[in-house]
Design a protein around this ligand. Structure first.
Ligand SMILES: O=C(O)c1cc(=O)[nH]c(=O)n1[C@@H]1O[C@H](COP(=O)(O)O)[C@@H](O)[C@H]1O
Length: 240
């Protein structure tokens, strides 16, 4: 289990991230998510800068391409020294294997390769939407479980999913197969564009191994307080 909530740094510039992180104690190492929004603005330098400040990085670029392209991209990504990265499960078995091979090949000697997890069905997707837009006849849960089994068979470390699916994923894979869950909302907070939302404590009870939280922290009046409250909810139940 990753005890710190992973904070999604969904900002469009380093300056905005600086302002945001200045609201946290400067000696507190965080686990942060660098996603497409900031990565496409600032490039790998943002990862380097956050690492230097002592933070662990989840680099979420959701790779999805032919196996050769994904493998070669992962060789480059592995040099950035991040803890976790992502691919799209829909890219298929061979692509996921290629991602893992690329990370193993690209990781400098003596370092541990990043863990790689597969995005299943986005937490902003509802079952009705999935069936209509992706022309999938299965239920959303069946689709997520199918992707999770495929990711495990391809040698990946886990999946990104909603907490609603986490326990069943563990049942069909293993207890240590990572279920990293976004779509986290403390009780009473707006779901925004998310469809499958769960509170931090409930996510733990439902089998999540890690939570990713963006707007409930980044848009809070007091981000550090919001972070601490979420961390307490997530850890308190986990400690019981
Ligand atoms: O891969 C992700 O991180 C991800 C997958 C998913 O299914 N749903 C999802 O919300 N995310 C990410 O998790 C974060 C959630 O942000 P908030 O909805 O603001 O808490 C965003 O950075 C999303 O990109």
């Amino acid at each position: 289990m990753i005890e710190r909530p992973i904070i999604a740094l969904d900002f469009s510039s380093k300056a905005e991230i600086k302002t945001f992180l200045n609201k946290f104690p400067q000696d507190e190492p965080l686990f942060v998510k660098v996603g497409m929004e900031i990565f496409y603005q600032e490039g790998p330098a943002i990862v380097e800068w956050l690492k230097k400040a002592g933070h662990d990085i989840f680099l979420d670029l959701k790779l999805h391409d032919i196996p050769n392209t994904v493998q070669r991209s992962m060789i480059g990504l592995a040099k950035m020294g991040v803890a976790i990265t992502t691919v799209q499960a829909a890219g298929g078995h061979q692509m996921m294997q290629a991602a893992k091979q690329g990370l193993d090949k690209g990781t400098p000697a003596g370092q541990t390769p990043p863990q790689v997890i597969a995005v299943t069905q986005l937490t902003s997707t509802s079952q009705a939407q999935m069936q209509k837009e992706q022309l999938v006849q299965a239920s959303l849960e069946e689709s997520v479980l199918h992707y999770a089994k495929g990711a495990q068979e391809a040698g990946l470390d886990g999946v990104v999913c909603s907490a609603w699916e986490a326990q069943k994923i563990h049942d069909v894979t293993s207890e240590n197969f990572i279920c990293l869950t976004p779509g986290i909302r403390p009780y009473g907070k707006a779901a925004d564009d998310q469809k499958r939302v769960v509170s931090p404590g409930k996510a733990y009870l439902m089998g999540a191994n890690a939570i990713v939280v963006g707007r409930p922290i980044t848009l809070a009046d007091d981000p550090y307080k919001a972070y601490q409250n979420i961390k307490t909810d997530w850890n308190d139940i986990a400690d019981e």
